[in-house]
Design a protein around this ligand. Structure first.
Ligand code: MOS
Length: 731
């Protein structure tokens, strides 16, 4: 597209950061270059539970180029996060206890990466090992009930289930999955006096700054975190991990800038993962398919000394109408690495169990699964009775079914086939959670007529640079190439992390507010200016267009440049902020919705399962950029296909060791696994924020695995209640 023609908001323009990225000019954390940069390498435990009995660093310290070796024996005081469910896992190297396999036990700092790597092999660690508690069903595992305070209840599920003419009670399991962004995480830390600069793979520079300051015991103003670009995150960048803290500690200790880059294998133990789950769903219904009782219980794994916010059963509180609902979450403490968010945390697993159970109910009733969902559409929040800010799930059902050709489905399992290929159609609905945190932004218009928009939030590859540029261009009446978006720097106005599908709503609202404030500042400047046609005009009586502020009554106005020139200003700036909307009012802000329809082909003899096509109809409110939003849905769907059929982090129960920490052994979907993915956006703008947006970043994931699992049942007649679904499950 030509950047000289003003782009309409919503239009799928190319990413504004496309050239800088594809041209190799985007600075990632690992690119940060400092004179005298030293390199840190982790030493990790080879047991999953127990104690360090001896740690000998003499040989490592004597190795060429080694500057220091830091372990629990000499690490400076690191402060614990007060809140166990915070973004900050317990500090690294805190004591001699081992809580998971691959736990960091030392960090070696040397002149070069090779020297540090070699010296890390020379650190001698002896352990007293205990038997690990490493699987979800382990009888000795400690359970935390209602860990997030999100359990919910209305009516009496037990009584309603007993009275229900039709009942489905099933247990489902989902495997642990590991975030595998293309770019392994790395940190470069540099102290200048008491001031720390950190280049980090984080999805939240403001968050990381606060976490580092708290851990190191320094004021937040003394820390600057930079993350202008990130090679993907999928949620791994939502917590401040030990390697980031250790890079800062090491840099201070050696008095030089330090780089700490994780290997791919270390990514499996050091930056979180999607915890595995066991879930039971019990549904009671009438013969005509009205749900009268819905109970969803979830058990998910957690590390020994950590908290992580990830409600799994919560999605069943708001997905379908039912007078009786109970949801319960339990976290199970295991000797595994600390989990973290991984794309659609909680909902990814919870939606899978709920939507498969609904499919089982439909089969039980002899009813079309789509019709069952139509009949149980929730007109209001089933537990609180609140009105939805907007919920066009029904439009998703109808549009998706039409696009897919759902009507061609023969309801009988194993009835649709072509030669040795069994064909299955499956669908699922998704009601995704709402999340939006406080955010600030600053908007500046310069004397040359260009604008700069600044916010500490970052773009993890989703398109935030682009949509915020488009939004500011529209709000300020400027061409897209007249606006420069600056992000990923904690010294800019504070922003929440890029996560929970919440940044576009938060930052978009802040940019909206800042833009309104900026127009008001321009009007303030000309309030008594006899030469200005805008003199004394109120800010609600103007609009911005073509680089000008114009009166809505008579269309007279003047250019930003003219006002700034006449008043001798280089630029004019304004800040704006957005607060997290309350969720206790009569109207509850709603997240996005989607209906997904999958066709799978299963080889009758070999059991090979292939997704043949997948259709998504999504209600994401107002879409700011059709192309980047679509890419989010498509990319998420690819992750969902991986979750359904390929991805599994295998922990050996007797050793607690992750058996497949490589991209050769941990299978992610590749091009050959991915069919045509159709996405269409339907439904209304959402009134919760002034831009009408809903989150869409994670909507590709939930619903995808369930639609595929339901299609596998339809193709084969075999109900597999565990992810990933494997060849041997359907033979
Ligand atoms: Mo997403 S798991 O909120 O990066």
């Amino acid at each position: 597209m030509s950047t000289t023609t003003p782009a309409r908001l919503g239009e799928g323009i190319d990413r504004v950061d496309a050239r800088v990225k594809t041209g190799g000019r985007a600075e990632y954390a690992t690119d940060a270059a400092y004179p005298g940069l030293a390199h840190a390498v982790l030493v990790q435990s080879t047991i999953a539970a127990g104690r360090i009995t001896a740690l000998d660093t003499a040989a490592a310290e004597a190795a060429p180029g080694v500057l220091t070796v830091i372990s629990h024996q000499n690490v400076p005081v690191l402060h614990e996060a007060p809140d166990r469910s915070s973004s900050l896992p317990p500090p690294p190297l805190r004591d001699d206890r081992i809580r998971h396999h691959g736990q960091t036990v030392a960090v070696v700092v040397a002149d070069t990466f090779e020297q540090a790597t070699e010296a890390a092999r020379l650190v001698r660690v002896e352990y007293a090992a205990d038997a690990p508690v490493a699987d979800l069903d382990h009888p000795d595992a400690e359970h935390d009930q209602d860990p997030f305070g999100t359990d919910g209840e209305t009516g009496d599920v037990d009584k309603a289930l007993e009275a229900a003419p039709v009942r489905v009670e099933r247990t489902y399991r989902t495997a642990a999955n590991t975030n595998n962004p293309m770019g392994p995480f790395a940190t470069v830390a540099c102290w200048e006096g008491d001031h720390l600069t950190v280049h980090d793979c984080t999805q939240g520079p403001s968050r990381t700054r606060a976490d580092l300051a708290a851990t190191l015991g320094v004021p937040p103003e003394a820390v600057r975190v930079l993350a202008p670009y990130l090679g993907g995150g999928f949620g791994a960048g939502l917590r401040t991990w030990g390697h980031t803290v250790l890079a800062a500690v090491a840099a201070r200790q050696v008095g030089r800038p330090v780089k700490l880059a994780l290997t791919r294998k270390q990514m499996f133990t050091s930056v979180g993962h999607r915890p595995d789950t066991k879930q039971t769903v019990r549904i009671g219904a009438t013969r005509d398919g009205r749900i009268t009782a819905l109970e969803h219980r979830a058990w998910q794994s957690l590390s020994m000394a950590d908290g992580n916010y990830e409600p799994v059963s919560h999605t069943s509180q708001s997905s379908y109408a039912s007078p009786n609902i109970t949801t319960r979450d339990v976290q199970v403490r295991l000797n595994v690495p600390a989990p973290g968010s991984m794309r659609a945390p909680g909902d990814a697993q919870g939606n899978y169990a709920l939507e498969c159970a609904l499919d089982e109910l439909a089969h039980e009733l002899g009813m079309d699964p789509l019709e069952l969902r139509r009949r149980n559409y929730a007109d209001e929040h089933p537990i609180t009775g609140q009105q939805w800010s907007s919920n066009d799930l029904r439009a998703c059902y109808e549009t998706g079914a039409e696009m897919f050709g759902w009507a061609r489905r023969d309801p009988e399992p194993r009835s649709m086939r072509r030669g040795r290929t069994l064909i299955g159609y499956g669908m699922a609905g998704t009601s995704f959670f709402f999340y939006q945190a406080d955010c600030a932004a600053r908007v500046t218009v310069r004397a040359d007529g260009g604008a700069v928009v600044e916010s500490a939030g970052m773009d993890l590859g989703t398109g935030t640079y682009t949509v915020m540029t488009q939004l500011a261009a529209e709000l300020l009446g400027l061409p897209v190439d007249g606006v420069r978006m600056v992000m990923g720097d904690s010294s800019l106005p504070a922003a929440p992390s890029a996560g929970g599908s919440g940044l576009t709503g938060a930052m978009g609202t802040a940019v909206h507010t800042a833009s309104r404030h900026l127009l008001r500042s321009f009007l303030d400047l000309v309030r008594d200016d006899a030469e200005s046609p805008l003199r004394g005009v109120a800010s609600d009586a103007v609009r911005a267009e073509d680089g000008r502020i114009v009166r809505t009554d008579d269309g007279r106005g003047e250019a930003y440049t003219a006002i700034l020139a006449r008043h001798g200003r280089d630029a004019l700036s304004a800040e704006g902020s957005a607060e997290s909307p309350g969720q206790d009012g009569a109207v509850v802000p709603t997240g996005p919705y989607a209906a997904k329809f999958a066709e799978v082909h299963v080889d009758r003899d070999l059991g090979v399962i292939r997704v043949a096509r997948l259709v998504t109809a999504a209600h994401c409110g107002r879409v700011l950029n059709e192309k980047t939003a679509r890419s989010q849905l498509v990319g998420g769907t690819v992750g969902g296909i991986g979750m359904a059929l390929l991805e599994e982090t295998v922990t050996e129960p007797h050793t607690g060791r992750i058996a497949n920490p490589t991209l050769g052994d941990y299978l992610v979907a590749v091009n050959a696994d991915i069919p045509r993915l159709d996405v269409r956006f339907v439904g209304r703008p959402d009134p919760t924020n002034p831009n009408g947006t809903k989150g869409c970043g994670e909507l590709g994931i939930p619903g995808t695995a369930a639609a595929i699992a339901n299609a596998v049942f339809h193709a084969t007649g075999v109900r597999v209640r565990r992810l990933p679904i494997r060849i041997e499950d359907v033979l």
